[in-house]
Design a protein around this ligand. Structure first.
Ligand SMILES: [Zn+2]
Length: 224
């Protein structure tokens, strides 16, 4: 039987978002992308009058982590909302800190049952992460990321909606290095915590093509 909640964790550019999308297509899970939810909220023109939001936006755009209490509240509220609609969830990049994990794990346990959670840790080298991130662009309109390769480097517009492809502020090399540091100092302790709580942590080599990595994930989930 499939778990009800799947987490993909790993360095920026380890393929968390891509693998989450594959789980969505294959099993009909709902992709809860914390980064996208936060980015959407922080860049919402209607929120810009709020000095707190302005400060959080500054943190977000320069690669620092957002205030954990605020992230937790946004995430909790959304989890309950989606669970209430009977959705199974896949996360890419959440929880980001040990404090966030400590706050959210009981919520997941209560709603879905601890035995229904699985964490995939996608393992890539920092140089791979840096290369992937510094060459990634996103569609200005629909926010779909376009991963760099010899074909996509010639694209200027989104293949899905025709929007302009732009580089995100948080994908410049200095910001990415800051995000590595944040990952080691703050996200790795979150993974340790989940492990201590008895969550299933599956380490998956992530250097290969997305479909190869996806097959490793599928075999774990389906057992064959
Ligand atoms: Zn688009």
């Amino acid at each position: 039987m499939l778990p009800k909640v799947i987490f993909f964790m790993g360095l920026p550019g380890s393929g968390k978002g891509t693998q989450a999308e594959i789980v969505v297509d294959r099993y009909g899970f709902f992709h809860f992308d914390t980064g996208k939810e936060l980015e959407r909220k922080l860049h919402d023109p209607a929120e810009q009058h709020d000095p707190f939001i302005q400060r959080e936006r500054e943190n977000f755009d320069t690669g620092k982590l957002n205030t954990p209490e605020w992230v937790r509240e946004v995430v909790k509220e959304k989890i309950r909302e989606y669970a209430g609609q009977g959705k199974e969830l896949v996360f890419s990049g959440s929880p980001r800190t040990r404090a966030e994990a400590e706050a959210l794990f009981p919520v997941f346990g209560e709603i879905f049952g601890k035995e229904n959670l699985v964490v995939f840790l996608l393992e890539v080298k920092e140089e791979t992460s840096l290369f992937r991130n510094s060459n990634r662009r996103v569609c200005e309109k629909c926010r779909i990321p376009v991963v760099w390769n010899s074909t996509t480097e010639k694209w200027f517009f989104c293949p899905r909606c025709g929007g302009a492809l732009v580089r995100r502020t948080l994908d410049n090399p200095e910001v990415i290095k800051k995000r590595f540091q944040e990952f080691h100092e703050r996200t790795e302790p979150a993974i340790t915590y989940l492990e201590e709580q008895g969550a299933v942590i599956v380490r998956v080599p992530g250097e290969d093509l997305p479909e190869v990595v996806a097959e490793r994930v599928r075999i774990h989930l389906e057992g064959v």
